[in-house]
Design a protein around this ligand. Structure first.
Ligand code: HEC
Ligand code: HEC
Length: 388
């Protein structure tokens, strides 16, 4: 696991080189960040991850059922929706499509725009930081760091969570019961000041101005938002980002495909007994807030209390999803658990070592290598038929 930020010595304005592949500021839009060797190494790694995923689904009965389920679900979605551009959710059987805000239906044009925006550092004050700088695909859209400093070098407060199946998560983030939708959440990294991440507070108009300089963006906004005539404003940016984020669909792990090892299957039994009360359902989260240790009013992070002001919420954090959890470390809301073993121990459940081993096997079976390398979710290399 690389730790780009921790390796960084002092101030280094060329921050984009330390994060994921992102599209740089307007002036040098033609040069994707991290060109060169690192870039190539990443690509190789990603290819390898993709190859490993292969297509085992085609080879097993479980895989076949998975495929058929996905087709059936897709067909149901098409029949159920009246809109001309009904979105085709490619989901395994048993997974219902996510709820969508009425004013932000899924369209291919919006998803394509959102994908480009997700990787575009023009959404940050100094043009070096995109969503993808912190949410890196190879880490299932987490980043491998304890926390990630923003554009002003203010240290992050919380660990970057993965974004697998974010479409089904509400509320969002570790500690804000009011963060209900992805549309709403997108404002926080861009304009938030606690901590400063992308640093655009008070400069909303500037994003529209930057994007509006690019004729391809203008065309993409027109295609994505025909009702507003393609008006470029942050509300539309947030809608497009949310539409793209809803395509971060990950149900292809060994667990999903029914190809777990015996140890992982045994771990699943332990998990159902000791963990599934909170890590419940298809995303392994009840989306509820829990305090796993004693409340510490002197602590630096008071969790949900910071947003609700209710004493009962002190030190409570939302149960994280455990999908791809082996790819999203370090763990815990502050990244303070350097291993999955440590993250389990942190719950204070006093489990025998043999059970912890089985649980680890199960958690590792929740990784979806195909998702972490899926091309349609990566930095796009073309837009409007041209190379970016
Ligand atoms: C500087 C690093 C950084 C950047 C840049 C960043 N994020 Fe995040 N993101 C985080 C952290 C840290 C959290 C957890 C915050 C919390 O829980 O308080 C988070 C949480 C999220 C969540 C909630 C996930 C969940 O499980 O509830 C979503 C969705 C998200 N970010 C999307 C985005 C989008 C979209 C962008 C770009 C507009 C973006 N992020 C840019 C660090 C970052
Ligand atoms: C009472 C509810 C509850 C139970 C039971 C529970 N967890 Fe958790 N789990 C949480 C919460 C809440 C967090 C987030 C804690 C934080 O970051 O402060 C968490 C965090 C985690 C993490 C770290 C995830 C990350 O992305 O950082 C792992 C791994 C985990 N739990 C595994 C387990 C396992 C395995 C069990 C059963 C042995 C279990 N949990 C039982 C509520 C629970």
């Amino acid at each position: 696991m690389d730790r780009p930020c921790q390796r960084r010595q002092g101030r280094d304005l060329d921050r984009a080189r330390h994060g994921a592949e992102v599209q740089r500021h307007s002036q040098d839009r033609r040069f994707p960040a991290r060109a060169g060797n690192l870039h190539a190494a990443d690509r190789r790694q990603r290819r390898a991850a993709g190859d490993r995923a292969g297509d085992p689904r085609a080879l097993t009965v479980a895989g076949l059922i998975w495929r058929l389920g996905a087709l059936a679900a897709g067909a149901a979605a098409l029949v159920g929706a009246a809109a001309p551009q009904a979105w085709r959710w490619d989901l395994p059987g048993g997974i219902a499509p996510p709820a969508l805000p009425a004013d932000n239906p899924m369209t291919a044009a919006k998803v394509e725009l959102g994908r480009r925006l997700f990787y575009d550092a023009d959404l940050s004050a100094n043009g070096t930081m995109a969503c993808a700088t912190c949410h890196e695909q190879k880490h299932a859209f987490a980043d491998g760091n304890r926390t990630h400093p923003g554009v002003t070098d203010e240290p992050g407060r919380r660990n970057v969570p993965g974004l697998a199946n974010a479409a089904w998560l509400s509320p969002l983030t570790y500690a804000d019961p009011a963060a209900k939708t992805l549309e709403q959440q997108a404002f926080t990294p861009v304009f938030g000041t606690h901590p400063v991440e992308m640093g655009m507070a008070g400069r909303e108009g500037e994003i529209a101005a930057r994007l509006g300089q690019d004729d391809c963006y203008r065309a993409q906004f027109r295609r994505a938002f025909p009702d507003s005539g393609g008006r470029i404003e942050f509300a539309a940016v947030a809608k497009a980002l949310a539409a793209f984020e809803r395509t971060l669909v990950s149900y292809g792990s060994a667990y999903d495909r029914g190809v777990m090892t015996a140890a992982a299957r045994a771990g699943q039994q332990d998990f159902s007994r000791d963990c599934a009360a909170c890590h419940a359902g298809a995303r392994f989260t009840d989306l509820g807030f829990h305090r796993l240790g004693p409340a510490d009013p002197a602590g630096g992070d008071q969790g949900a209390f910071e947003n609700t002001g209710a004493e009962a919420d002190r030190g409570k954090f939302r149960t994280p999803s455990l999908r791809n959890v082996a790819l999203t470390g370090p763990w815990w809301h502050d990244g303070s658990a350097p291993s999955l073993r440590g993250a389990i121990a942190r719950h204070g459940l006093a489990l025998p070592d043999s059970e912890v081993e089985r649980l680890l096997a199960f958690l590792n079976a929740l990784s979806d290598a195909e998702f972490a390398g899926r091309k349609s979710l990566a930095l796009p290399d073309r837009a409007c038929g041209r190379r970016l």
